[in-house]
Structure formats: C-alpha cells, structure tokens
Design a protein around this ligand. Structure first.
Ligand code: HEC
Length: 212
C-alpha cells in the first residue's frame, strides 16, 4: 500500500490543440499542490525511489563541492545537481515556505574534462556522464521526527530513513539558509529567501561572521 504524502488537490489542465479549435488557449484549474509529484512512502515508511525526479524542477548544481578543506581522493570530478518536486518549487517561489510533502533530490554524477574521455567536440570544460554515483533525498513530512528526513539510495526501489544522529541533520541545521535546505546554493530560491527575509539565524550568523 502506498501512502501519498501530498494533499490530493488535482491539477487539471486542458490543452486545446488543432487549428479548428474555437479557443487555442490553455486553461487550468488553480491548484496549490499537484497530487502526484511528491515523494511516496511504502507502508513500512521507507521512501520509494523517486523515479520521476528527472522531470522535477532543477534548482542548482555544483562541481566538486566539498565540506572539508582536505582534497577528495576521487580520480574524477563530480557534478552535484539538485531537483525539487515542481509543486513544492512553485509554493516556495510564492510563499518562501516548503510545504509538507516536499522532496529535494541531490544527484551526484561523474564529470569528465574534454580530452579525458571521448566526448564529442568538448576540449576543455567539464561535462556530465551517465554514471550516477549518489542519490540522496531530503523530505519534509510532518510524520518525521523534526519534520524532515534524509535518505540515501543504493538501489532504485526504496531507502530507509537515515537516523537523526547522523551528521546530515546537524550540518544542514547549522549551515543551511532556509528550513535546513541549502537555498544559498539554489539561486532562484535564494532570490525569494532574500526578498522575504526568511534566512535562518544560523546562516545569517555564519555570513555575518564571514563578512568581518
Ligand atoms: C558538512 C555539511 C553537510 C553534511 C554533513 C551533509 N550535507 Fe547535504 N548538503 C550540504 C550542502 C552544502 C548542500 C548544498 C550544496 C550541494 O551539494 O548542492 C547539501 C545539499 C543536500 C541535499 C539537497 C537538498 C537540500 O537540503 O539542500 C540533499 C538531499 C542532501 N544534502 C543530503 C544529505 C545527506 C543524506 C547527508 C548525510 C548522509 C548530508 N546531506 C550531509 C552539506 C552537508
């Protein structure tokens, strides 16, 4: 049995196609949350693999981001790219709040320099490859302790919640700009966060310190 975590407000949009149509407009019934676009939990509360995340809204990416000063031992570069379910993106852009049922996916993908591997045309910069080396999900749901949970997938089926004592939770709490999410690295969201003045105290203090 699947437990849907989102409100079931259906988004109905009708495209009228064809030259003979009396109205070529797209009409849509207003909806705040799209019923089918968020994370799904199995009956045992494991998170189902978000199969459609590549259809979600892209919010930002980094290359070789590292949280420590020491050099990573990897023999290749990594793109980390973040996606969020579209209805939650729209809600954040409007209100600056992540609704219950938000899921942000962090995908790590091997990157190569032109010349390192056969990549058509590219001679210098980095491009992404098909090799996904990590898939982590950050989910907001009222049934989770603290309201948010982290999951790391090593298969395309389901993942257990990472326990609260893990460093995922403390680092995100201590450094993320909005509601434990790293909005400071997602430019379109950061514009909204600045405008609405919803930056976390932890982040503001950190930036205040950095400015001195
Ligand atoms: C030392 C700090 C730190 C730790 C520990 C950490 N993260 Fe993050 N996380 C970040 C930063 C910085 C970003 C944003 C930048 C990026 O990678 O795109 C991020 C982004 C994310 C995102 C994208 C959504 C969001 O919340 O912004 C997910 C999902 C995520 N991390 C999962 C995890 C998981 C799972 C763990 C634990 C296994 C973890 N993180 C541990 C710093 C951390």
């Amino acid at each position: 049995m699947l437990v849907r975590s989102l409100l079931s407000t259906a988004m109905v949009s009708t495209m009228l196609l064809g030259g003979s149509s009396p109205s070529p407009k797209t009409s849509s019934v207003a909806a705040t949350v799209d019923a089918a676009d968020g994370p799904e939990f199995a009956a045992d509360k494991q998170l189902e693999f978000p199969v459609k995340y590549r259809e979600w809204t892209y919010v930002g990416s980094g290359v070789d981001m590292s949280y420590t000063l020491k050099e990573e031992a990897a023999d290749h570069s990594t793109f980390n790219t973040v996606f969020v379910n579209p209805s939650s993106y729209r809600e954040f852009m409007k209100t600056g709040t992540w609704p219950d049922g938000t899921a942000l996916v962090l995908e790590n993908r091997v990157a190569v320099h032109g010349g390192e591997r056969q990549a058509s045309l590219n001679k210098h910069g980095l491009t992404q490859t098909n090799e996904v080396t990590g898939l982590e999900v950050h989910v907001k749901n009222a049934f989770l302790p603290g309201g948010w949970g982290f999951y790391a997938f090593d298969n395309k089926k389901s993942a257990k919640i990472i326990p609260q004592a893990a460093s995922c939770y403390s680092c995100h709490q201590q450094h993320a700009a909005v509601d434990t999410t790293f909005v400071q690295f997602y430019p379109t969201l950061m514009e909204v966060a600045n405008e609405k003045k919803i930056l976390s105290k932890a982040y503001s203090d950190e930036m205040g310190k950095a400015a001195k």
